[in-house]
Design a binder for this molecule. Sequence first.
Ligand code: ATP
Ligand code: BTN
Length: 325
Amino acid sequence: MNNLTFPILRLLADGRFHSGEDIARHFDVTRATVWNALQQAEAAGVQLFSVRGKGYRLPQPVGFLDRDSVLAAIGEQRAWFTLELHDQMESTNTYLMQQALTDASHATCVVAELQTRGRGRRGRAWQAGLGDSLTFSLLWRFEGGATALSGLSLAVGVGLIRTLHAIGLHGALLKWPNDVLHGYHKLAGILIELQGDMEGPSAAVIGVGINLRLPEHLRKHIDQAATDLQTVLGRPVNASNLLGSTLRHLADVLSEFECDGFEALREEWISHHAYQGQSVRLLLPDGRETQGVVSGVASEGALLVDTISGTQRFSVGEISLRGIS
Ligand code: ATP
Ligand code: BTN
């Protein structure tokens, strides 16, 4: 995208038609320059309507992020965070993993209006669109080693559930180890990547993607049932308030996690597990499958499953859980 693309997209944020002529006049450029800038937006996956005689418009209004609103929504802990707002980025996790190797400070949050190559676990893709998704990563540095961080993605899940409660959504549930569901449809995902020693100081890049709305052009690339906040709440959600509230709740759970480990959050996590007491299949990294009934999670985040050969523990890692209906 060129320097004009996002300024024009901000002008189009109201979701109404703006003529090429008006846009060109506003930025003191030619109509061809406007067309070129918007071609680049479309090439990056932004949906745009262009109608002869009317101009350009976005399919729906877009609530661009506002730094002051994010900080206000964080509240008292706002001074903890370094907030980096970006227009476009391939993956906030990829970027922050690189920054973490050098000088990025503890509690740096990187958020992108448009993430074009978002990642899930094991190289899977995370779909996101301009104004459709909240996509951010948070760097958290730990004095202890990475060995102690196995329950971290579960702790973050508790933070997301508290955030959803705070915005009035009470029906969301967690799916071990890293998903947030509503009505067994995926609403949000967590991707944690670690750096540092197993024993010495370590750092976690905590990536979070939350669907604000899910237009068809995104949904068609998602190979499982998915949903979004606008659908489940019946109203649009302000991305800045949601980001601020999420950071506030993450600050709380990460502090609890640093002091007492996942054990401090374990009961709360279990109370929100979508599959607690249910029959499930576990897909193991070597292609095998195990079945059983979920009995809980252990204090380091391992899933506890009652199988025909007794209770088994499954560590957070390359294992996927599937319900048996
Ligand atoms: P598991 O975590 O149990 O292994 P998963 O299928 O949820 O399973 P993840 O790596 O956690 O896998 O998440 C990536 C998957 O999430 C993608 O393969 C896709 O099915 C789904 N997905 C991608 N984008 C979205 C989105 N915006 N909303 C909901 N789901 C999405
Ligand atoms: C999953 O469900 O597997 C995790 C999805 C995580 C997506 C977020 S969006 C922000 C951050 N950047 C990425 O590339 N991935 C995470």
